[in-house]
Design a protein around this ligand. Structure first.
Ligand code: SF4
Length: 333
C-alpha cells in the first residue's frame, strides 16, 4: 500500500481527502466514495498504487483521441474504482464492483514504462476507470515516462480538485475529457456529480498546455435535446475554441440504465450537424459501426487529411500540422 497525497486530518482520526470535489470525510478503516483510498490508523493510503487490473495495447483512436499521435499504439491501463456514480457506466465491472482480483501483481512505475516500451507504444494512457483516483501512481509513472520520451494521456471525467490539476496535468500531454451531459440536473440525477466543477476544470486543464479532446455521450431522451446540444457547443466555442475535437458518442444500455434504447444514428447526425453549423471544425461520431464521420478534413479547403476506418488510420497526408492550403490544423503528429 502506498501513502496517498492530497489529504489532511480532520476531527480526530477522520481524514479529509482533497483529491476530488467529493472531499470525502473518511473514518478510520473506511474508504472514500471511490473505494480505493483508505484511512488506516489516521493515514490515507492508495489501495491501487501499482495495481492496474486492466492492461491493453490500443489504437489511440480508441481512447478516443483523433488528433494526438494519430495511427499510434497506446499502452493503456486502468484500476478499479471511480469518483462518479454514472447509472450508464460502460465499465462498471471495474469502476463499481471494486473487487480486487486476487492474481494482481505489483507493477512499479519503472516496470510499467518498460512494458510500454517493449510493446512499442508511443504513449501511456490512464483510462478505463477514472484515473484521477490513483493520481499518485500516475505522477510517478509520468516521471519515468518523461525520461524515455513516452507521452502521457488521461481519459477522464474531469472531476478533480483544482490544486491537483496544476500538479498533475503539467505532466500530462493529452486528455480526452468526458462531458457526461450539459445540464446540472443531468449530472446530479445520473452521475452524482457537478457539471460546473467539470467545466471549470476543463478550462484549467487547457491552461496546463495539455492537448484536449472532448467526448459527449448522447442518451436518448436524457441529454439529447437540441437546446442541450446548442448549449454544449456554444460553451465549447466560447471557452476552448472551434478547433477542439468533439466526439459525439452513442449510448448503449449498460449497468443501471438498461431501460433506454441505443442512440439512433439520426440523433448523432443531428447533434453533429448542430455542432458543425455553429462552427466546430472537428466533430466525430463514436460507438457506432460506420466510418461516415470518422475523418479529418481541412476546415479551410475541405481536403481529406486523415481517413479512419474503425479506429484505424488508413490514410494520413499530414507531415506537419499544416494543410497544403496553409491552414494550421489543431493536431499533434
Ligand atoms: S478521490 Fe475518492 S476518497 Fe478522495 S474525495 Fe474523491 S471520491 Fe473521495
Amino acid at each position: 500500500m502506498h501513502k496517498a497525497k492530497w489529504w489532511r486530518k480532520d476531527k480526530g482520526e477522520k481524514i479529509l481527502c482533497e483529491l476530488c470535489p467529493r472531499n470525502c470525510l473518511i473514518d478510520i478503516d473506511n474508504t472514500g466514495y471511490c473505494k480505493v483510498r483508505k484511512n488506516i490508523n489516521g493515514t490515507l493510503y492508495s489501495l491501487v498504487y501499482g495495481y492496474p487490473c486492466a492492461i491493453n495495447i490500443d489504437p489511440i483512436e480508441k481512447k478516443p483521441l483523433f488528433h494526438f499521435l494519430p495511427g499510434s499504439q497506446v499502452f493503456s491501463i486502468g484500476t478499479i474504482g471511480c469518483n462518479l456514480g454514472c447509472d450508464f457506466c460502460q465499465n462498471h465491472d471495474i469502476s463499481k464492483e471494486c473487487k480486487f482480483p486476487k492474481s494482481l501483481e505489483y507493477i512499479s512505475p519503472q516496470d510499467l514504462v518498460e512494458m510500454a516500451i517493449q510493446h512499442e507504444s508511443k504513449s501511456i494512457a490512464f483510462t478505463y476507470n477514472e484515473p484521477t483516483i490513483y493520481s499518485e501512481y500516475i505522477l510517478d509513472v509520468c516521471k519515468q515516462a518523461k525520461k524515455v520520451g513516452l507521452k502521457t494521456i488521461m481519459v477522464t471525467n474531469g472531476y478533480i480538485n483544482k490544486d491537483v490539476i496544476k500538479e498533475l496535468y503539467v505532466n500530462i500531454d493529452a486528455a480526452n475529457i468526458d462531458l457526461k451531459g450539459f445540464s446540472q440536473d443531468f449530472y446530479e440525477n445520473y452521475c452524482s456529480g457537478n457539471l460546473n466543477n467539470v467545466l471549470e476544470n476543463i478550462i484549467e486543464i487547457k491552461k496546463q498546455n495539455t492537448f484536449i479532446e472532448l467526448t459527449n455521450l448522447i442518451i436518448p431522451g436524457l441529454n439529447d435535446s437540441e437546446e442541450t446540444i446548442n448549449n454544449l457547443v456554444d460553451w465549447i466555442i466560447s471557452y476552448l475554441g472551434k478547433d477542439i475535437p468533439l466526439h459525439l458518442s452513442a449510448f448503449y444500455p449498460a449497468y443501471k440504465m438498461l431501460d433506454k434504447t441505443r442512440t439512433p444514428k439520426k440523433t448523432l447526425n443531428k447533434a453533429r450537424k448542430i455542432a458543425i453549423n455553429k462552427g466546430l471544425n472537428f466533430v466525430f461520431e463514436g460507438n457506432v459501426m460506420t466510418n461516415e464521420y470518422d475523418n479529418t478534413y481541412c476546415p479551410n479547403c475541405n481536403k481529406l487529411l486523415i481517413e479512419r476506418q474503425i479506429y484505424t488510420v488508413v490514410y494520413n497526408c499530414l507531415k506537419t500540422p499544416v494543410c497544403s492550403c496553409g491552414q494550421t490544423i489543431n493536431i499533434i503528429l
